[in-house]
Design a binder for this molecule. Structure first.
Ligand SMILES: *Cc1c(COP(=O)(O)O)cnc(C)c1O
Length: 407
């Protein structure tokens, strides 16, 4: 039996078992060590804790409610509940850690927040936090994604952020990561690289998890109050893994609560480049400054990955997930594009809630569990809302689901 301390990891070097750590150039390590020290100090500081929880309450709109999805429950024969992170300001869970990182950067005397973004969701949440806290903000984004995700580019600029195009290679997320890293190394003293999930070198997997743990802490109390007990199952989608770690963290010691992480199997789980199911198909390795399960090509480079949900297509995963997988504490499974889109419409039409396609992966898995005979309660972390996805869905799936495509 593992005791509590196995889960309140990482150790001082940032390792969750063999995963995590910090594999970065030496000159950067000094700066990152300062961030670790500042974070460890600040998280004990009652003034900081109070400031962040005030913002969660009055700015983000926390606590987000838990909703008993009765129609879905009746249809599939088991009680399904939703933790409504989609109702947060900016429409997803990402604001929880962006505010934490922005406040920390401000306290450290940094002037600018920087980050890469793929679909623009992290960019928008960070630009929002930067505007509120009073910091400059540079968002690096592939030129292809800038065209594809135009509304989010406009949002970031309205919020006062600078969007810097990455123009080399395939001009998407991977190139944006390169460009942001290059930009960061030029001036790591006045800039703060705000990582968008529980990934990257220590302390980011720990810090982002801690900021997201509000989700699990609230959910535990709310669920107890609603039902008198703990949920039998918790389901969350896993890209980098921040919304999942956020809700799982409060339940790791509750062995009666089964935890389920859902990866995207995209178009085809058996073909490289056609999915982003890192834990399901990957091997341990080192990428982006940390050790974890990852998808590599024959040259050891990050594999091209794909999912209909752009927030889930990352070729690695947070190191704590790798650790929890090896321990067997969390069950990781996968949902493909078609199943996710089906769940997207199911939730929209049965409950009047349009989920992010990322979150629809979690909904799809809960539905599958119910279909396969699960009769215990299922709490889904509904990580975000689907407004950002409606044009894409109309264009690509409209015909099939009776949505007019007039784009
Ligand atoms: C970014 C995003 C995700 C994936 O990120 P995690 O770090 O795995 O949580 C999931 N859902 C939504 C709505 C997102 O915007």
């Amino acid at each position: 039996m593992k005791n509590t301390f196995d889960y309140v990891l990482p150790n001082e070097q940032g390792f969750f078992g063999e995963y995590g750590g910090s594999f970065i150039p030496e000159q950067l390590q000094t700066i990152i060590d300062e961030i670790t020290a500042a974070y460890l100090e600040i998280r004990q500081d009652p003034a900081f804790v109070e400031e962040l929880s005030e913002l969660y309450r009055h700015y983000v709109g926390r606590p987000s409610p838990i909703f008993h999805a009765r129609n879905l429950s009746a249809k599939y024969g088991t009680d399904i509940y939703l933790k409504r992170e989609d109702l947060n300001h900016t429409g997803a869970h990402k604001i929880n850690h962006c505010l934490g990182e922005a406040l920390l950067a401000k306290k450290m005397g940094k002037q600018k927040l920087i980050a890469e973004t793929g679909a623009g969701q992290h960019g928008v949440a960070l630009a929002t936090a930067a505007a509120l806290v009073g910091l400059e903000c540079d968002i690096y984004m592939g030129e292809v994604d800038i065209k594809k995700e135009h509304p989010n580019v406009v949002r970031m600029q309205i919020l006062g952020a600078k969007v810097i195009p990455a123009t080399h290679g395939r001009k998407t997320l991977k190139e944006a990561v390169d460009a942001a890293f290059e930009g960061y190394v030029k001036d790591p003293v006045t800039q703060f690289y705000a990582i968008g999930s529980v990934v990257g070198p220590h302390p980011f997997p720990m810090m982002v998890r801690d900021f997201q743990s509000i989700v699990g802490n609230e959910a535990k109390e709310q669920f107890m109050e609603m039902t008198g007990g703990l949920p039998d199952n918790i389901v969350a989608c896993v890209g980098g893994g921040s919304n999942a770690m956020g809700i799982f963290s409060a339940f790791l010691d509750d062995k009666a609560v089964a935890l389920h992480g859902v990866e995207p199997s995209g178009r085809n789980l058996d073909e490289d480049g056609e999915h982003a199911a890192t834990i399901t198909k990957g091997q341990p390795g080192i990428m982006h400054g940390f050790k974890s399960y990852m998808l590599q090509d024959a040259q050891g480079e990050p594999m091209e990955v794909y999912s209909v949900a752009s927030g889930l297509d990352y070729p690695s995963v947070g190191p704590q997930h790798s650790y929890l997988k090896d321990l067997g504490r969390v069950q990781y499974s996968h949902i493909n594009d078609a199943e996710a889109i089906d769940a997207f419409f199911d939730l929209s039409r049965m409950e009047g809630i349009i989920p992010a396609i990322e979150s629809a992966h979690a909904v799809a898995h809960a539905i599958r569990m119910a279909k396969e005979g699960e009769r215990g309660t299922i709490l889904i972390n509904l990580s975000g809302r689907g407004d950002k996805d409606i044009d894409f869905v109309a264009e690509n799936y409209g015909k099939q689901y009776g949505v007019m495509n007039i784009l």
